[in-house]
Design a protein around this ligand. Structure first.
Ligand code: ARG
Length: 459
């Protein structure tokens, strides 16, 4: 039976059921790389400070590298009796190199060790997610360029509102994902602070050099308060909250892909490679991937709520409750990365149906606001122009006509201000072209937006 590093004051063995209940090795083994990386830096610092001998530190580092290889090659046997990744690795080290291994845990506790591992893990995951977000943003901007010129109905309340460029619509998502990436990058500032050296909670009487460990592990700073260092998981919560916000955006684009690929909309066709069939209805091609993106948003929110609930009201400093931070965090990382990857891939497999999009964009009186703005240019107060245009729409509905089908007489009957130049305002292309306010949907504006966006991505 493996001997527990903390067994000294105990006379009875831990019950099997307790071992099973308290273990975290089944999932925190995922942190092994970071645990070893952190331990190597710690051992080097201990030797530099003369707390352990150089030779001992050398043995520790060599032993840890062996453990690293064993785990990497799948030869390492993880033990539930040794609770967690920290004790599994330390015990393996002591078994390999003997007494010198027992010096590694000097001026350290699992409380600051786990805080360190999580920060190293979060840093790597955040970097990876930022890279994936960048790829998604690029894909959206490229798609916006590839399909430049297509006009789609813009919606409010899921009712056709005003025609917009498809590229503008796509770039709306690109802008959201850009802010998501900014948020993750900003969170890194708070993630990338070294907690190691806090020890159990109070610091240590031994002459450690925390700044040196920070330098070795490429942290931007050292935490100021040892109690805070082992007590909080706000970096995890912030990461989960960035992930949740990002998943909101993903769920919305997923929802639109689902709607747009329906027979009713028929705006897009998702390629066969990114759809699945039905086991009973042979004709079906279902947008399951997009549906799962929308669905998986729920578990990412759930993970955030788990952590918020876990941490609420906990007294300082470390409490074992905090071991429960890992599974929601790991699950979120897996979900978010897989989702970003597949969304980016899938966007490349979408055919946009120009004809259907453009015929819908021009219909349903979607250029009525352009008539109102025409009247404003003639000097009518907007409220009056709005009312008058409403009457024109009502009239057209009663006559079963579209706005372009109304005759010049029918227009001037409603207002002498309206001349035959009204027709150059009310087709979808003219309507879009006229929206030249900064950030608007005119081709000129959208071109500028894409160019600035791509330039930002390159910096
Ligand atoms: N497995 C623990 C966790 O994840 C490591 C810290 C344990 N510390 C302790 N004092 N029992 O939080």
């Amino acid at each position: 039976m493996a001997k527990k590093p903390w067994a000294g004051r105990f006379t009875e063995a831990t019950s099997k059921s307790v071992e099973r209940y308290t273990e975290s090795i089944s999932y925190d083994k995922r942190l092994w790389r970071y645990d070893i990386e952190g331990s190597i830096a710690h051992a080097r610092m201990l030797a530099k400070q003369g707390i352990i001998a150089k030779k001992e530190s050398g043995c520790i580092v060599k032993g840890l590298k062996e453990v690293y290889r064993e785990i990497d090659e799948g030869r390492f046997v993880f033990s539930e009796e040794l609770e967690d990744i920290h004790m599994n690795i330390e015990s393996a080290l002591i078994e390999k190199i003997g007494d010198a291994g027992g010096k590694l845990h000097t001026a350290r506790s699992r409380n600051d060790q786990v805080a360190l591992d999580i920060r190293l893990y979060l840093r790597a995951e955040t970097d990876e997610i930022c890279g994936l977000l960048l790829g998604l943003e690029k894909k959206l901007a490229d798609t916006a360029e590839d399909y430049f010129g297509i006009i789609v109905p813009g919606y409010t309340h899921t009712q056709r509102a005003q025609p917009v460029l498809l590229s503008h619509h796509l770039m709306a998502y690109a802008q959201m994902f850009e802010r998501d990436r900014e948020r993750f990058t900003d969170a890194l500032k708070r993630i990338n602070i070294l907690p190691l050296g806090a020890c159990a909670l109070a610091g240590t009487s031994l002459p450690i050099d925390r700044a040196y460990v920070a330098e070795l592990l490429e942290f931007d700073g050292v935490s100021e308060n040892s109690i805070d260092s082992v007590s909080d998981r706000d970096a995890v919560i912030e990461f989960l909250s960035c992930s949740s916000l990002m998943m909101i955006h993903i769920s919305r684009i997923a929802e639109e892909l689902i709607l747009w690929s329906s027979e009713e909309f028929s705006f897009i066709e998702i390629s066969d490679a990114y759809t699945t069939g039905s086991s009973i209805m042979p004709q079906k091609k279902n947008p399951d991937v997009a549906e799962l993106m929308r669905g998986k948003t729920g578990r990412v929110f759930g993970n955030l709520v788990s952590l918020l609930t876990l941490m609420k009201g906990l007294p300082l400093s470390y409490n074992r409750d905090m071991q429960e931070d890992k599974e929601p965090l790991f699950d979120t990382c897996d979900t978010v990365k897989a989702t970003l990857n597949i969304l980016t891939e899938m966007l490349g497999g979408i055919a946009f149906k120009r004809e259907k999009m453009e015929s819908s964009a021009g219909a349903a009186f979607s250029t009525a606001t352009d008539i109102a703005e025409y009247l404003v240019r003639c000097g009518l107060p907007f409220r009056k122009a709005h009312e008058l245009t409403g009457k024109i729409v009502r009239y057209a509905i009663d006559k079963g006509k579209t706005l372009t089908e109304l005759t010049p007489e029918e227009y001037s009957f409603h207002s002498p201000l309206i001349g035959s130049d009204i027709y150059s305002c009310i087709d979808a292309t003219a309507s879009v072209k006229a929206k030249n306010s900064f950030g608007g949907t005119s081709p000129e504006m959208v071109k500028g937006q894409i160019a600035r966006f791509k330039k930002r991505l390159r910096t």
